[in-house]
Design a protein around this ligand. Sequence first.
Ligand SMILES: [Mg+2]
Length: 244
Amino acid sequence: MPAGPLEHVDACLFDMDGVLTDTARIHSAAWRETFDAFLAARPEAAGEDHRPFSDDDYAANVDGLPREDGVRNFLASRGVALPEGTPEDGPDAGTVHGLGQRKNALVGRLIDEGGVVVYPGTLALLDVLRDRGTPCAVVSSSANTKRVLTAAGVLDRFSAVVDGSTLQVRGLKGKPAPDTFLAAAADLGVPPDRAAVFEDALAGVEAGRAGAFGLVVGVDRVGHADALREHGADLVVADLQELA
Ligand SMILES: [Mg+2]
């Protein structure tokens, strides 16, 4: 077992997207299909730009944002104005909410089609923790958390899940507030200073620091190790295999 960093850790709290699962790929693919189909079907009006969705769009306009904000940002970047609509709009509605529904339905389909990949290094660490009897939790604001974990075949590895619906039901503040991680540690019956947080987002390591957790591990898949340290990571790894 991990001598070293995890030696005094009695529980492990994992962010999902980017730490456990490579779900950014799914979100990006769903946005691309939604926007490209929308623009292709729309007659080009003056001032509109119908370039296809790009990786730059993903980073600049949609990544990590609430879904409707992503739709608004992307449309604004292409000079396209659509009515807002309402959350009750179906996926065929020509509205901001309608496009959001379309994207969400595609995410669901891609998840169910087996598009979720668990990072092998994370799986290796989960194996080690299971053998060692260390309880683990997932802490994610995603509304699709359990669906993703089930599709990935790892739901049974976690004794607690704090997700988007837990957040609403318990009235918890999202990251960078520490509330969701604290709730997960409490669910596992382990005090924060004996728990480790694993995060790839700056807001996530900030939450770990704010909660005074025993260890905050930054998972750096995009080359922002210094920023992760500045925001609260005690330790930064490129992949959790390094701790397995
Ligand atoms: Mg993440």
